[in-house]
Design a protein around this ligand. Structure first.
Ligand code: UD1
Length: 342
């Protein structure tokens, strides 16, 4: 019988792409989402791609009674992939309590119910932000963590700690934290993708919105960093590659292949790309000239970080396959498809 997986935040950017990959691998998915930063129509896109409509439950995971009721009524859940969280770095600085409350209470409600109802497996959405500016590059999972630069980043660090301690104290729970580098792009069908509300904070949606004319000009935040071209360096990976890593992590837990009951993996390409290189990639795949201007540095930005993904490559048998140009081309295709929605 098909395994039943809860995907919290399943109508969001990474959650929707992961739902597609899970369904294509034969898993049954129940999405839980409060739609605070996503649209219900995303489920239509998932159905069009896979031919299967995932079950959908609309509620807020911070509501403990609702979470308990859900698990009480669904005793056949095999695992939880937990994406649902707030993720805007700047907003988290202005509204720290909202971020701590939302991201941590929801996680604890889930873990408590998983303990109570004996659902033993979780995959958690973490972030490379937990490393701060690493001393050694590329960064491995062994790199010591730095104090978080934003409440958002801190919720990821604390979230990892909560899960590790919950696993240690439980005879039942197993979990994997996946530290994402910078996910970009959209599904090749252009039926699902990133749907930022308002002005995007992230580079690639800002680039594509500038390309299509919704934004006048991209601001490049700093060209005087200690990097080859002076702009910041990140590790941009295609969201479909990232989604497939969740399936690999889930199978590792469910098939009993873990080395420890709590494991951590970096998910990136292993290649650093500068802001100027990302712009050039966009210009290559779109045939357009991007209107951009160099501005001052953005507060809290890390100069350079990219992954050493070899642990995930070896243990999860997972590797990114898309190039930067393919990822940015898919983001551009999606932007063109979405034009009417803005
Ligand atoms: C940030 C967070 C990361 C989080 C991600 C998702 C940190 C250190 N990183 O990633 O944890 O998961 O957001 O929201 O907190 N840039 C411009 N102009 C723009 C936008 C961005 O030049 O208009 C530059 C930035 O300075 C940076 C790069 O593009 O060098 C990538 O920025 P962004 O897409 O916002 O991602 P991160 O800051 O790496």
């Amino acid at each position: 019988m098909a395994k039943k997986i809860i995907v919290t935040g399943g109508t969001g950017y990474i959650g929707s792409h992961t739902t597609v990959e899970l369904q294509q691998e034969g898993f049954d998915v129940i999405i839980i989402d409060n739609l605070c930063n996503s649209e219900k129509e995303v489920i239509d896109g998932i159905e069009k791609i896979t031919g299967v409509r995932p079950e959908f439950e609309e509620f807020d995971l911070c509501d403990r009674n609702k979470v308990v009721d859900f698990f009480r009524n669904n005793t056949d859940i095999d695992a939880v992939i937990h994406f649902a969280a707030l993720k805007a770095v700047g907003e988290s600085v202005n509204k720290p309590l909202l971020y701590y409350h939302n991201n941590l209470v929801s996680l604890m409600n889930l873990l408590e119910s998983m303990n109570q109802f004996k659902t033993g497996s979780m995959v958690f959405s973490s972030s490379c932000t937990v490393y701060g500016q690493p001393v050694r590059l590329p960064v491995t999972e062994k790199e010591p963590l730095q104090p978080a630069v934003s409440p958002y980043g801190n919720t990821k660090q604390i979230g990892e700690d909560i899960i590790r301690d919950a696993v240690t104290s439980s005879g039942n729970l197993k979990a994997v934290s996946l530290r994402y580098f910078n996910p970009v792009g959209a599904h090749p069908t252009a039926l699902i993708g990133e749907l930022p509300r308002g002005v995007p904070e992230n580079l690639v949606p800002f680039i594509t919105q500038t390309g299509i004319g919704i934004r006048k000009q991209l601001k490049v935040f700093g060209d005087n960093y200690n990097t080859p071209d002076g702009s910041c360096i990140r590790d941009y990976l295609h969201v479909v590659d990232l989604a497939k890593a969740h399936v690999a992590a889930l199978k590792r837990i469910l098939e009993g292949n873990m080395k420890n009951n709590y494991e951590i993996f970096n998910l990136g390409t292993g290649t650093g790309v500068s802001v100027f290189e990302a712009i050039k990639s966009f210009e290559r795949v779109s045939g357009l000239k991007l209107n951009y201007k160099v501005e001052g540095r953005r507060a809290g930005d890390i100069e350079q970080i990219w992954a050493d993904p070899s642990y995930a490559n070896n243990e999860l048998k997972w590797k990114t396959v898309s190039t930067l140009d393919e990822a940015i081309k898919s983001a551009w295709d999606w932007e063109q498809k979405c034009k009417s929605k803005h």
